[in-house]
Design a protein around this ligand. Structure first.
Ligand code: GLU
Length: 567
């Protein structure tokens, strides 16, 4: 803030902080927001500003100077919104129908909430709807058992292997333990462990303690609730779960001979805990942050326990499609049959989706699709960092997009200028792409020549040289005699060339080539269908993920919309 700027108001400063993703209720800025809110629209001087923020100076500085884990928070939110809107169109799947409250739930609901490890939060759609957390409870009942009973004793009763069987199967490991804490048998056993550790307490009291754990995990942003209706219906329809419980009792034996009905009541009550997507996103962020809740700063679970909980979620969190989910999404997650999916991006953020329609495995259809689309655009899959810089040009929101682009372009310009062969190869391919995208639609006009030379100047950092302009002009002249088919052949040849060259191109080179084509395609303010097809073909040839191109297109359309006068 400039010291001579005395016209800034307190509410403008509050707004600026909020743009970084930090909520006005955040404990780290309680004093600052308290004072700013009191002052409202009053203009404040630089001295007054310093006085207001001094007690929370470091945090204010981080928020105002883009030093939080996702620096370009507003851009990131806009990109996420484009995925959210796209996924909303998916009407596949069916509500769970084994109990009325789930069968009758509004299938159209769709919500997404995110929280970073720095406590930046966003929420879209139906994020305040309380729903039973169902199987999302399972990894945390396991974490509770680990905290209370220790690792060795807990694992005497429950295994850590993916089962490859439906979540409610009666199968056990050869040593009679349930496969893992995320299948019903394992979750019933961990409920038994917790129940057995508190012989004096009833199921209700024990569930209350587990709810306190959830409350700590979600930073108590809203009350954790319990649905009596869900619990009663669950109990009425729990024959299979009782069969599992008897099987556990008969085979392995229950921990400390705990009463089977008390164990089942704890299990079914945990399924009947109610939370919202917003709350689950903060809980997931606490897991992403090694057990420390980002918005209260409190250590809720030890990092060691979180590590184990995430490993179990990774191996078995998504029912018996956990393997495919790990392959495609590569993140620890847990779903529940009410339609929640809670996902952890370690060291970065947690998020939760809510949409009641489920696939045949019991996972929310939209929730899973959102996860797939997300990792198609961002380097969130745990193995994205293995690809030697070739991630399909996926983005890492930890780095400012515009800074990265600027850095890459200045590297290219410097290299090309000094005769670097690789930089010159990227430059040539970029120019070829610009030209092909222009002539592929059969119209190379003066305005298009101008747009290529402008894009060239911007990307190469120097005006288009004489040979390029001559080449463009002769293409322009000759083009009139070219048939549409011949123009398409030029484009096909380019695509073929990119497919060959991509073996030698890193992400930076690929991205600059696509960017060049992109700038020419959108130079007239619209990206026509045909241009989108060409951009897709170029992106495919370069193995750039489709989602990344979608982000570019959506970003461009947002810019155009922001510039056009309101109708
Ligand atoms: N209450 C359900 C059951 O025990 C849990 C279902 C789930 O979310 O997987 O069958």
């Amino acid at each position: 803030m400039a010291s001579d700027n005395s016209t800034t108001t307190a509410s403008q400063i509050a707004e600026k902080i909020a743009e970084s993703g930090i909520d006005s209720g955040d404990f780290r800025l309680s004093k600052t927001f308290g004072k700013l809110n009191q002052l409202g629209d009053a203009a404040i001087s630089f001295e007054a500003f310093v006085d207001i923020v001094s007690e929370e100076l470091l945090m204010v500085n981080r928020a105002l100077n883009k030093q939080l884990i996702i620096p370009d928070w507003q851009d990131f939110c806009a990109d996420i919104k484009s995925i959210f809107d796209q996924v909303e169109n998916n009407k596949g799947g069916e509500n769970a129908d084994y109990i009325p409250i789930l069968k009758m739930a509004d299938s159209e609901k769709w919500g997404l909430a995110m929280c970073t490890v720095d406590g930046q939060r966003m929420a879209l759609g139906d994020v305040d709807i309380y729903h039973s957390i169902q199987s999302v409870s399972k990894p945390l009942t396991y974490a509770y058992a680990l905290a209370k009973e220790g690792v060795a004793f807990t694992h005497e009763f429950v295994g850590v292997e993916p089962s490859g069987r439906p979540f409610n199967a009666l199968d056990l490991l050869p040593d009679k333990r349930p496969f893992n804490p995320c299948v019903n048998a394992g979750a019933i056993m961990t409920a038994g462990l917790v129940a057995s550790s508190m012989p004096e307490d009833d199921a209700q009291t024990i569930t209350g303690l587990i709810m306190e754990l959830w409350s700590g995990l979600c930073g108590a942003i809203a009350p954790v609730r319990f649905s009596e209706e869900t619990m009663l219906s669950e109990r009425d329809t729990a024959d299979n779960n009782y069969a599992i419980a008897y099987q556990l009792k008969a085979q392995k034996g229950l921990p400390r001979g705990v009463d089977l009905y008390k164990m089942m009541d704890v299990y079914l009550s945990c399924c009947s805990i109610e939370m919202t997507a917003k709350m689950l996103s903060v809980a997931a962020a606490t897991l992403a942050n090694g057990g420390v809740c980002p918005i209260t700063g409190e250590q809720i679970l030890s990092t060691e326990i979180v590590k184990k909980t995430l490993a179990i979620m990774q191996a078995a969190g998504m029912y018996d499609s956990a393997g495919v989910f790990t392959l495609e999404v590569g993140l620890p997650a847990k779903s529940g049959v009410a339609g929640a999916v809670m996902v952890v991006v370690p060291n970065l953020m947690g998020f939760a989706t809510f949409s009641p329609r489920l696939d045949s495995y019991g996972n929310s259809v939209r929730g899973v699709e959102f996860c797939r689309e997300l990792v198609d655009r961002y380097t969130f899959h745990i193995y994205d960092n293995l690809s030697g810089g070739r991630t399909g040009c996926k983005r890492d929101p930890r780095e400012s997009q515009s800074n990265r682009k600027k850095r890459d372009l200045s590297d290219l310009q410097w290299g090309a200028h000094n005769g670097d062969l690789y930089a010159n190869k990227v430059k040539e391919l970029s120019v070829d792409c610009m030209i092909s995208i222009c002539i592929a639609d059969g119209e190379i006009e003066d305005a298009e020549i101008q747009s290529i030379t402008d894009a060239y100047a911007e990307i190469m950092g120097q005006p288009a040289d004489h040979s390029l302009i001559t080449r463009l002009e002769s293409l322009g002249r000759g083009q009139g005699e070219q048939s549409q088919a011949a123009n398409s052949t030029v484009f096909d040849q380019l695509v073929g060339q990119l497919e060959t060259e991509r073996l030698y191109l890193d992400d930076m080179g690929r991205e600059i080539i696509l960017e060049s084509a992109f700038r020419v395609a959108c130079s007239d303010g619209v990206i026509e269908e045909s241009e989108q097809r060409q951009l897709r073909a170029i992106a495919n040839a370069l193995l750039i993920s489709e989602g990344v191109l979608e982000l570019e297109i959506a970003g461009f359309q947002r810019k155009v919309a922001a510039l056009s006068p309101p109708s």
